[in-house]
Design a protein around this ligand. Structure first.
Ligand SMILES: [Zn+2]
Length: 166
């Protein structure tokens, strides 16, 4: 057995890191910074798959009956490029996360989970692109031929057939 005591965090990541709840009655009146990871983006989309949890660094402070939170969030995703259709990994970042909650002595517990989740989902690109220079699928697949060429082509074939007969 090691002799290093596990650090005791007063803020509670309950249910195995799927929730971030904070007891605001124990927040330093001067404010403080918390950081960690919480697995709360449970999207079930074929083209958008989160992996790992939301990594957060948050500045938290209580002002009277208000609890203020701001900071940075990050979540890794396995996305599908909207141009070429390939899978790629990307880290979605929220640099200016803010949230505020009304609190009272009766209910000092605040659950930040839903705010974290929503903020990450809103930051997802509508059309993910593996790379800004991604040429898309057109240049890797042969372009369908123009109708006019099809017509000429079939005329040629017809001619060949007729010539072959004679
Ligand atoms: Zn691409």
């Amino acid at each position: 057995m090691g002799s290093i005591a596990a650090p005791i965090f007063w803020y509670n990541i309950s249910h195995m890191e799927t929730k971030l709840t904070i007891d605001t009655s124990r927040v330093d009146p001067e404010g403080e910074t918390i950081e960690g990871e919480v697995d709360c983006v449970d999207l079930d989309e074929p083209f958008v798959k989160p992996f790992g949890g939301v990594r957060y660094v948050l500045q938290i402070q209580v002002f009277g009956s208000e609890f203020l939170v701001r900071g940075r969030l990050e979540q890794d995703f396995d996305l599908v490029c909207s141009r070429c259709g390939k899978d790629f990994d990307d880290t979605i970042k929220v640099e200016d996360f803010t949230a505020s909650f009304e609190i009272s002595e009766d209910s000092p517990e605040v659950d930040l989970t839903e705010e974290l989740r929503e903020s990450i989902i809103l930051a997802l690109p509508t059309y993910p692109v593996c790379d800004e220079t991604c040429p898309g699928v057109e240049q890797t697949v042969e372009m369908p031929s123009d109708d006019r060429w099809n017509v000429l082509d079939s005329l040629n074939k017809q001619g060949e057939r007729e010539n072959g007969k004679s």
